[in-house]
Design a binder for this molecule. Structure first.
Ligand code: CU
Length: 173
């Protein structure tokens, strides 16, 4: 009887130990994924996103700084007088001057380059009102150019005295 009881107690102890072991192992294996799933992906996924955004913002700021440093000081903007503008038609697509409208800063210079075979003028004003007197190139021969520096802000219409359909504008800020 005593031996049987001892055996039974040992067996019971083994069973209990194994059961506790399963409980611990099972509990740990069950709780481990439950805890790690919500915590692990969230912090791992967010920091890289924030770092990427910060890096992109920094790059944009650096590019902006570089771009803003370049226009320091007076600039010269070129306007082309395309070939064929001595015949009406360019005004329909607004291409008598390329570009037909430019925006510059005070102190900047606009340089008109005559790429046409005909002579043109760059005359401040509008055909209906006549020359404004602000600037006038007189005849700019084929291949020649004319430049004017705008020191005062404003909107300056201009046209060609020879071909009054050629109308352009310079916006000075
Ligand atoms: Cu012209």
């Amino acid at each position: 009887m005593a031996d049987i009881n001892k055996v039974a107690m040992v067996v019971t102890a083994i069973i209990v130990t194994v059961a506790i072991g399963f409980a611990l192992v099972g509990g740990s294996t069950q709780s481990a994924p439950v805890v790690s799933v919500p915590t692990a992906p969230a912090p791992v996924a967010q920091p890289p996103t924030e770092e990427t955004e910060v890096e992109m913002e920094t790059e944009v700021e650096m590019e902006t700084e570089v771009e803003m440093e370049e226009p320091s000081g007076p600039q010269t903007v070129s306007v082309d007088i395309p070939s064929g503008t001595s015949v009406p038609g360019c005004e329909e697509t607004n291409e008598c001057w390329l570009p037909s409208s430019v925006t510059i800063q005070m102190g900047d210079t606009v340089e008109w380059i005559n790429s046409d075979t005909a002579a043109h003028t760059v005359t401040g004003g509008l055909p209906a009102d006549g020359p404004s007197g602000v600037f006038d190139s007189s005849l700019v021969l084929a291949g020649a150019q004319y430049a004017f520096t705008f020191d005062e802000a404003g909107s300056y219409d201009y046209f060609c005295m020879v071909h009054p359909w050629m109308v352009g504008n310079v916006q000075v800020n």
